[in-house]
Design a protein around this ligand. Sequence first.
Ligand SMILES: [Zn+2]
Length: 333
Amino acid sequence: MQVKKKPAERVHGPRSRSKSTTEFTHPVTAKVQALLKRKLSSLGMASYMTENAALFGSAADDVLQAAEKMKHCGGWLMFREYIETGKVRLLRANFCDKRNLCTMCDAANARRVYADLVPKVLSLKAEHMNSYMLTLTVKNGSDLLGLIDQLFKNVRRLWNRKKRGRGNGPFRHVYGMVVFLEITRNKITGHWHPHVHCLVTCLPGRWIDAVEMRQEWFALTGADQIDLKAMKNVEKGMLEIIKYMLKPGDLYPDGSKNAGNSLSKADKVEAWHLLRKKRLRFSFGAYQGFLSDSLTESELDGDYLDWIARWVAGGYSYWQERTGSIEEAKRVV
Ligand SMILES: [Zn+2]
């Protein structure tokens, strides 16, 4: 069994925020520190929403309610550390589940999606099925819901054309596909710019024809901007596809080089409210069932230690709760 350095029984928040990380090498510490950044971002967003709810007119009550939930998001976290491998999984937490608004929740889901999809993409790669990153856009506009409907409708149309066995369309050699929506907004015109980032895996020895893809997409939407890249490195490629999920609303303060085409906090709240009941991603073919909505990570096998972290006075305090094994856990359940 691997001998690991244990952290102090209880590390208070201010110390865990220390820039000096040399004394905090334990995997639970690393995980808590990563989540601390997300928590602070969510709290910043919640404060913005509370202070500026009136800006959102008839949505003000919804904004205030969401902000209240976000303030408590990640108030406690339960980690499981696997003794043999040293791996740590976040198994439970009181997440607010305000998707596309709360950085804590979006980042947690991104981690889960990444962890679930990467092994599947790699397994298909081992069967000589190469993957691609495809970005599709529609023309910018002010009707966000209408633009998103246009985007989704036409992606589905192309997929269905393939699925119905007509043997045509740019997706005819696609074996599996996952579609993630990202929204940005042009700061000058105020127009929304929804677009989808797709993971596309093709049958062995097959690919998407970029010229055909562009022509078909233009015929359907009038937009001729597509981007198609081979996913040479699966881990990096997947991160690129889901990186928007890790972007807090305040990532690009006005004046930065990306400020012209990103979401401010106000944009983010507005988009969230418009889309809060809408499904914003889809999977097709081989990836059906691999697109998890879960905010926690999957369990592993082996003996473990459980850790609890609590948000106390502006930082996380955490401690070792119990030891056990998967067999014991099954008995408890
Ligand atoms: Zn949350």
